[in-house]
Write a protein that binds this ligand. Structure first.
Ligand SMILES: Cc1cc2nc3c(=O)[nH]c(=O)nc-3n(C[C@H](O)[C@H](O)[C@H](O)COP(=O)(O)OP(=O)(O)OC[C@H]3O[C@@H](n4cnc5c(N)ncnc54)[C@H](O)[C@@H]3O)c2cc1C
Length: 520
């Protein structure tokens, strides 16, 4: 695609939402241009070096966001082909069916989604195939109905982790195999490291670059511009049609026009782009753009037993949903627990800087590490806003009663399973890994920026396909839901939008817009 010709579709961001949409829409033959702020991650030793990643922050972007009091902080938000999924733990869990219908929590209720689980279920199936998920059905009582089994069997526990699973089961919990997007042989073939928070240079992690972007770019109709930071969208004031996108690349401002625009820059950055695009921002009749910012209440939990030896390499193979829909005693939900990737001494050192690494090694080899995650509730005042060119993340935590309860209940079971020492660390705004909710779906333009297919009520040719669209954060990892929603939106565009507005221009009639998108 030449620089001069106008693409049919511009997709902003090549992460989970953007790349997944590109992959689906590539099959329509539409000319697609992806504008991506980052570059492809190179295959370098630092990718598998815990000290480089956790102690030296080798991959951390050199940027600052600001809290509500104006204090700067450096967020772990990654800009590269594949977005944050390059660093993800590859846990690809579906939201539970109950998550779509509103739940009562300790500190408030979550709203209804404009769609139900059954509307998204076929797209979860398609996303699990695209991301080659390894898993096992029937181990988790909260699991929603699946029409198809996982494409591959679950990743096995390492012996030390099988022992932990058995000890927790003996204490009365019901551990289940985590659905994971990892080709274990390829991953370990490169180096014996965990994958959680370790970036992948195409060596076995099933992330947005490997599974969606690269196959999409193999199509002659799809191209990517790297190092292209989108600043704003430009809309026709009368019709609301988005005419162009403005981006900076190599110190120069560029403008590109297209028939359709898909925004997939992540929940913080996509909201910032819309807010920067007009006095009140674009797609913002409801004033909801940037609001309802959610990020899980999440803690690392380290459980140690002086008699236990943890020689696991990757560790991250099971989760616990015993407290997901209720606290197990008839009270409100508390959340999900899952293993973290193996937390070695160099990783601990990044937090416990004064403790010698050799002492941390003694602790780490007797410990097993978990991630405890509770739902954050959508709060109108929890928001992303702009202060001049600065991004302000005014995150209001919510539902901490549930998180405290989750930690308390889990600690009791860890003690019962023979882990007398339990340490924990609450992640803060510097870890916006599960950011979502800032441009949400809805069925009322007065209350939400997007319709149930992710189309802006105010702009007929603008769709949002990233984690911004999530109405609730649930208490499971978001990436599979982002991918499933993106596939559903792409299908809608293929059927109902491309056929009408772009068919003639891009010769889609021959390739069949309606035929190509993923179906189950
Ligand atoms: C360490 C870590 C571990 C995680 N583990 C898990 C897990 O196990 N399971 C799970 O489900 N989720 C996990 N997540 C979260 C998961 O990665 C995100 O939910 C998911 O990637 C969100 O998809 P997205 O499309 O919203 O954003 P992203 O995937 O982040 O994609 C946004 C893209 O937009 C680009 N971009 C941003 N701004 C601009 C701009 N102005 N112009 C152009 N391009 C721009 C970015 O470079 C990026 O490529 C993890 C995240 C992290 C950081």
């Amino acid at each position: 695609m030449s620089r001069e010709s106008a693409p049919d579709i511009i997709i902003i961001g090549s992460g989970m939402g953007g790349a997944t949409a590109a992959h689906a829409l590539a099959r329509t033959g539409a000319r697609i241009l992806i504008l991506e702020k980052g570059y492809q991650l190179p295959d370098i030793p630092e990718n598998r070096d815990a000290r480089a990643i956790f102690q030296r922050g080798h991959f951390r972007p050199k940027e600052f966001w600001y809290d509500a009091a104006g204090r700067p902080f450096s967020p772990g938000n990654y800009y590269n082909h594949g977005g944050n999924s390059k660093f993800y733990g590859a846990v690809l869990l579906r939201y539970r069916a109950e998550d779509f219908a509103g739940l009562s929590h300790a500190d408030g209720d979550t709203p209804d989604w404009p769609i139900r689980y059954r509307d998204l279920a076929p797209w979860y199936d398609a996303a699990e195939r695209l991301y080659q998920v390894r898993g096992a059905l029937g181990e988790d009582a909260t699991e929603p109905h699946h029409d198809h089994p996982y494409p591959h069997p679950a990743i096995p526990d390492e012996p030390a982790i099988a022992q932990v699973r058995a000890r927790l089961a003996g204490a009365g919990l019901h551990p289940f195999s985590l659905p994971l997007g990892i080709d274990l042989d390829r991953w370990l073939g490169k180096a014996a490291t965990p994958w959680d928070a370790f970036p992948d240079a195409r060596t076995g992690k099933m992330d947005a670059e490997t599974c969606a972007l690269l196959p999409a770019l193999a199509s002659p109709s799809v191209a990517i511009e790297s190092g292209a930071e989108v600043r704003r969208l430009i809309a026709d004031p009368g019709s609301g049609v988005i005419d162009a996108v403005e981006y900076e690349q190599g110190g120069t401002l560029h403008r590109r026009t297209a028939g359709l625009f898909l925004l997939g820059a992540g929940a913080v950055r996509s909201a910032a782009i819309l807010l920067a695009s007009g006095d009140r921002g674009l797609a913002n009749r409801s004033d909801a753009v940037g609001r309802h910012f959610m990020n899980h209440n999440a803690s690392a939990v380290l459980a140690a037993d002086p008699r236990f030896r943890n020689d696991a390499v990757y560790q991250k193979t099971f989760g616990i949903n015993d407290f997901y829909l209720s606290d197990g005693r008839g009270g409100p939900p508390l959340g999900n627990i899952q293993l973290l990737g193996r937390v070695s001494a160099p990783i601990l050192k990044a937090t416990l800087r004064r403790v010698p690494e050799v002492a941390l090694h003694q602790l780490s080899r007797r410990a097993v590490d978990f991630y405890a995650m509770s739902e954050g509730l959508p709060d109108w005042n929890s928001r992303v806003r702009l202060d001049g060119g600065r991004i302000v993340l005014d995150w209001r935590r919510s539902n901490m009663t549930a998180h405290a309860g989750l930690l308390r209940r889990f600690r009791g079971f860890l003690h019962a399973a023979g882990f007398p020492i339990v340490l924990r660390h609450l992640f803060d705004r510097k870890v916006p890994s599960h950011q979502c909710g800032t441009i949400r779906l809805g069925d009322n333009p007065a209350k939400a920026p997007l319709d149930p297919f992710g189309r802006a009520f105010d702009h007929p040719n603008l769709f949002v396909v990233d984690a911004s669209t999530l109405v609730t954060s649930a208490a499971v990892n978001p990436a599979l839901t982002v991918a499933a929603l993106s596939l559903r939106t792409a299908d809608h565009i293929g059927r109902d939008v491309l056929g009408v507005t772009l068919l003639a221009r891009s010769g889609l009639a021959e390739t069949g817009a309606a035929e190509g998108l993923p179906h189950v």
